[in-house]
Structure formats: C-alpha cells, structure tokens
Design a protein around this ligand. Structure first.
Ligand code: GLU
Length: 291
C-alpha cells in the first residue's frame, strides 16, 4: 500500500543532483522461496538508469550477498542457523559475486556501466582509506558510472563491521556529499509506533529534525527478519544523513517504480529534512558506532 498524504508536490526533490538509493535483502527476494526477484531487480536498474539519463549522479547500496550465497551453496535452514561467522562470510563471498553478475547483466542491457565498491568501518575511520574511497567515488561519478555498494561482509569481523546497509548508505551519502538518500524498505515510512502490532500507530509524513524521541520510536520496531535493518538502523541513518546535509526519504519498495514518483516530488514515504550541522563529525560518529 502506498500512502500519499496530499496532492501537492515536494518541488525541491526534482532538483536533487546526487542520489544514494538503498535496497534491502527483503525487497530483493521472493518471500516464499528466498530466491531473487528478477522483476524487481530489473525495474530497479531501469529506474536508476533513467535517473542517470537525466544527468543525475546515482549510487546504489544493495544487500543480498549473504542471502544469495546461502541459496547458491544450498545450505539448509538448520545449517544456516548453526552457521558461525565463517559460514556467513563464505556465503557472502559467493553471493556478492553472483549478485554483481546479475546487476551487471541488467545494467549492460541499458548500456550503463556499473562498478562495485565494498566497504567496512575501516574505510571510513582510517584517514587514508577514507580519502581513497572518496576519490574512487568521485572518479566513478565523473565517468558517469553507477557505483554499487555493499559492506565487505567477507572480511568484516565485529571490530570493523558497520553491520547494516541503512547505516552504510547514510555514510556513503556523507562521503560523497550526496543531497538525497532514499531508503527502500518493506514499510511505508516512519510511524509513531510499530504499525504491525499497534493499529493506532500514526504515519509521519515529514520529520523536520531527528530527535531522541524519533530514535526511540525506531528502537520499538524490529523490522523484517531477512535483512539487518529495522527502524532502529533507519533512524541512525536519518541522523547521519540529515546531519551531513542530505534529505532522506524512507519509502515502500513493494513497487520499485516509487523511485520516479519520489523524484517527481510526490509526497510518498517519510521525508527527513537536511540539517547541515557543521558540528557533526561523521568519522567520530562512525568510530563510536557499536553493532
Ligand atoms: N551486507 C549484508 C548482505 O549483503 C546485508 C546487510 C543488511 O541487510 O543491512 O547480505
């Protein structure tokens, strides 16, 4: 269900120049089988290419490495649950390559060059790594390439793990100075409480400034069980993205064409307004993130 609160338009969204779009595993898989939803991937890629064709810089943050790897290797449910970190990391190694193969194939159909960037917390916290990553993003975007980002799950042990792609996408937004972050999720946006358990929960159309109350609202919801991102991580993302000066929108991925509707300025999802807080130090914030 797509919630549209009113018919007037968020005009300023049309002028966004550099957009980070994050999609989670639960949005890319068929619920029943856990297999990839190629139709959704196809529509996603088409939407991204179309934004690129409008002259906008586009970055995709996608998960799915571990989920795709598990499927490819054919682990059963018990083995998956018993799986320690090494198993997950092996799955990610297989799955990330597969995921990219599929993305590359679809991007190529639209004559669009795509690249892979895998990151960990170290990429941000370490000054050399951060500068290098930043340069790479800049060059790729100058070349008109669409970077496809994920956490480097194969090497990210707990000391250097970011842990979820909501946070990662906000970090990428800060690193690349993007002006809009779109989090595609299995929920319409932010509610005052978890709408799955509380029918009284009210939808929030705009968040002028992320407050401790919003962070608290996020903590109450656990989100889906496929990806790692519930509302909690989305609020962390909102905190980072708005403080580095980007607007952020949470919107429902049930119909991926929501991307162009959002970019047309239609009032869908929850908009978190940019703060541009010069006192916010993203590197310090990331350093202190605990997963
Ligand atoms: N990086 C993980 C993966 O690709 C997922 C993280 C997330 O879902 O937030 O499997």
């Amino acid at each position: 269900m797509v919630i549209e609160m009113s018919t007037d338009i968020r005009e300023f969204i049309k002028d966004k120049k550099r957009i980070v779009i994050k999609i989670g595993s639960s949005s890319l898989q068929h619920k029943e089988s856990g297999d990839l939803d190629y139709t959704k991937m196809e529509v996603l890629v088409r939407e991204l290419c179309n934004l690129r064709n409008q002259g906008k810089d586009v970055i995709l943050v996608t998960s799915g490495a571990i989920a795709v790897g598990k499927k490819a290797i054919g682990l059963n449910k018990l083995e998956q649950e018993a799986g320690h970190l090494g198993v997950k990391q092996a799955c990610a190694a297989v799955g990330q390559a597969r995921l990219m193969m599929i993305y590359q194939k679809i991007f190529a159909e639209y004559n669009q060059v795509a690249a892979q960037i895998l990151m960990t917390k170290d990429t941000i916290v370490n000054n050399f790594n951060r500068q290098n990553a930043k340069n790479t993003f800049t060059e790729l975007l100058n070349m008109g390439v669409i970077p496809i980002v994920n956490e480097n799950d194969t090497v990210a042990t707990y000391e250097i793990v970011i842990g979820d792609n909501d946070t990662l996408s906000a970090i990428v937004t800060g690193l690349t100075r993007a002006d809009l972050l779109i989090l595609l999720s299995d929920i319409d946006g932010l509610y005052t409480d978890d709408p799955r358990t509380n029918p009284e929960a009210e939808f929030i159309e705009v968040v002028e400034k992320v407050t401790p109350e919003h962070m608290q609202m996020g903590k109450k919801s656990t989100g889906s069980n496929v990806g790692t991102g519930g509302m909690n991580t989305k609020m962390v993302a909102a905190h980072i993205a708005t403080n580095v000066g980007a607007d952020m929108i949470i919107a429902n991925s049930s119909d991926i064409r929501i991307i162009h509707r959002l970019m047309d300025g239609r009032k869908i999802g929850t908009l978190f307004k940019a703060q541009n807080n010069p006192e916010f130090n993203m590197v310090e914030y990331v350093k202190n993130l605990h997963h």
